[in-house]
Write a protein that binds this ligand. Sequence first.
Ligand code: GUN
Length: 284
Amino acid sequence: MTAQLIDGNALAKSIRAEVAERAAALGARGHRPGLAVILVGDDPASQVYVKHKVNDCAVAGIRSVLETYPAAFSEAALLARIAALNTDPTIHGILVQMPLPGHINPHRVIEAISVAKDVDGFSTLSAGELMSGLPGFRPCTPYGCMKLIATTGVALRGKHAVVIGRSNTVGKPMALLLLQAHATVSICHSATPDIGALTRQADVVVAAVGKRDVLTADMVKPGAVVIDVGMNRQADGKLCGDVDFAGVSQVAGWITPVPGGVGPMTRAMLLVNTLESAERVAKA
Ligand code: GUN
């Protein structure tokens, strides 16, 4: 391997420590940060994610309130819970775990969360703030990717960054964050005829498709920064990313592993967003 590993676990740990310090300072002034996490249904993966989020909060000194509801919970009841949490002064962030059961419209739910507490950054108002370069909550995964890129010391201004994937939660906000950092940005997706033709020009590649081997060694410029957002379960149960790690790490300058790259940073940035929400309230 020639690429340097970007250690998401180590960076997330240092961010959690900083959040803990700032949360304690806020708590001492009577503004202990609080996050409400809502889980509807019994999706096993969601149960694990939610447990991690609650544990992360405890470690960082953020109060978390976990509300779990059965799969049959109605959309109206969920919207009523969100309305109550929107006006609860002890709650600074509201996260409704996705996916929701089929009878609940996720867009209606996301839009019901007050923009001041939208620590996932998924609402159209938060997306609009990012689009317009206004302060607001950035979606945790792309926000974490920006922090990972920053650790390489590679300045993004004037560089070509290629994002593979165009989801509302990762690909699109990722492209906007890179643009805000003055990169020249290309977005590739399933209808792009030759993704390699673009990634071979890229100084930074972010792969966020959810399919293994989307990026292989022949598609990477020597020395490039490669960020792998993918989390794919292999037949043997092992986790792998979207990037052919064995091949690409021979060509890239920096690369994130899976696991231990983007995943821990997504969780860390949720803490940062919740803390910053509480800091805004304390300042107001
Ligand atoms: N489901 C999987 N990832 C996420 C996330 O980041 N936020 C929410 N709300 N649901 C998810």
